[in-house]
Design a binder for this molecule. Structure first.
Ligand code: ARG
Length: 455
């Protein structure tokens, strides 16, 4: 492509370090779409003839067909997907093909392809997010009344409902989905026509190509258009944050499936066995989701380091922008799909959850609240009295519900048998009706609202 100035070709090593075709062939569709839009625009402003434009379109369709049929031979000597498509086009249609690169450069071309590809990935991920959110909502509805212990410091804190717990993840992942949508708006601007870095003297119409490719607008500054990769960094940071959320959920699944918790049994579809221990049922999928965040945030950090300190405009360093994004998308898609499957198959052991919910004096706060509400104690005093009651129960080896009234009255004589109404786990969760609280009635409302939003 640049033989004019060179006496000899590159060394084999030069070719190897220089080539990106091994990975950027992944956006051949975007490259061809960008070239078609560019050719149509060149014809419409009179830079190339209508006949050339038609030949280019036909030729590009043929190139696309050849790639799809696996007929294209990828050759590192041709560096990247842009050169592969263009050189095949020239073989097919000759001079018309050689006119395609008028008023553009690979610098705006690669930025355009990459943005189009990222936009497609975002749209595909949005669909996967929807599937996972729907699975969470379905299970939350089924388990709006299922009680389990809520934890702080992984110590039993207060009873909650499993539905509420699952809807917490629904909230987190809905925000991730919204972040993805925000990110899409900044991805969806067209660098095409920025040319190498400074724009072009040809009377191109960047608004026309932007519109044809579904971009919201052409990027305003040609230097920025070819240099910016913050769209990819933002995308990777959105994926990293969401991978953290998936990792937390995955971690809970690992914990809950353990013999110590016994909160759930993993389905055969998402467990593995052990080659030596016949009894084992291992939560490998959850563990791998928990781990993927390392790779995904690694991709983000990797690209951050590639971009830091690069002067404007394009530098070849930027060729290293694609693999981290491809890898993160592949990993993240798999995480979403596996998590969706695990949530759909979720079989909670509701008896074990209920038993654990009642342990460790989990309704102590309800007792303190009762002392405030019924006896008018200041909360700090109620806290102190409750502490003493818990101590008495601990000494007798019973939970609060089974502590004799007389034992409580020794500590606070005004306590009446009415207190037992608030000491059960189900009474505890049902009473937590404050906005956003764990009460089953709240969960059912949240589920309804979530279903509506997902439609
Ligand atoms: N393969 C290159 C990349 O991925 C395309 C742009 C090359 N531009 C250049 N001036 N060498 O970034």
């Amino acid at each position: 492509m640049w033989g004019g100035r060179f006496a000899s070709g590159p060394s084999a090593i030069m070719q190897e370090i220089n080539a990106s075709i091994g990975f950027d062939k992944r956006f051949y569709r975007e490259d061809i779409a960008g070239s078609k839009a560019h050719a149509s625009m060149l014809a419409s402003v009179g830079v190339i003839s209508k006949a050339d434009c038609d030949a280019i379109h036909k030729g590009l369709d043929q190139v696309a067909g050849e790639i799809e049929a696996g007929k294209m031979v990828f050759d590192p000597a041709l560096e990247d997907i842009h050169m592969h498509v263009e050189s095949r086009l020239r073989e097919l249609i000759g001079d018309a093909g050689a006119r395609l690169h008028t008023g553009r450069s690979r610098n705006d071309q690669v930025a355009t392809d990459f943005r189009l590809w990222t936009r497609g990935a975002i749209d595909a991920l949005d669909g996967l997010f929807k599937g996972l959110l729907a699975a969470l909502v379905d299970q939350a509805e089924k388990h709006a009344d299922t009680v389990m212990p809520g934890f702080t410091h992984l110590q039993t804190a207060q009873p909650v409902t499993l539905g509420h717990h699952l809807m917490a993840y629904h909230e987190m992942l809905s925000r991730d989905r919204a972040r993805l949508k925000d990110c899409r708006a900044r991805v969806n601007e067209s660098p095409l026509g920025a040319a190498a870095l400074a724009g072009t003297s040809f009377p191109i119409d960047r608004h026309m190509t932007a519109k044809a490719l579904g971009f919201d607008r052409p990027m305003a500054n040609s230097l920025d258009a070819v240099s910016a990769r913050d769209f990819a960094l933002e995308f990777l940071s959105v994926l990293s944050i969401s991978a953290v959320h998936l990792s937390r959920l995955a971690d809970e699944i690992v914990l809950w499936a353990s013999a110590a918790f016994r909160f759930l049994t993993l389905s055969d579809a998402y467990s593995t066995g052990s080659s030596i221990m016949p009894q084992k049922r291992n939560p490998d999928a959850a563990e791998l989701i928990r781990a993927k965040v390392g790779r995904i945030s690694g991709s983000m950090n990797g690209l951050m380091m590639v971009m830091k300190g690069l002067p404007l405009a394009y530098s070849k360093d930027m060729q290293e922008d694609k693999e981290p994004v491809f890898q993160a998308v592949d990993d993240f898609e798999l995480c979403l799909a596996a998590m969706t499957g695990m949530i759909e198959d979720l079989k909670p052991n509701t008896d074990a959850m209920a038993a654990a919910a009642g342990q460790s004096f989990s309704t102590a706060t309800d007792l303190a609240d009762w002392l405030v509400r019924v006896l008018g104690l200041p909360f700090r005093d109620a806290h102190h009295v409750t502490g003493a009651v818990v101590k008495a129960a601990e000494q007798l080896g019973v939970d609060l519900e089974n502590l004799p009234l007389e034992a409580m009255q020794t500590i606070e004589p005004r306590i009446t048998s009415d207190v037992f109404d608030v000491l059960s786990v189900s009474a505890s969760v049902s009473s937590r009706t404050s906005f956003g609280g764990t009460a089953p009635a709240n969960v059912k409302k949240a589920v309804k609202a979530a279903r509506k939003a997902l439609k």
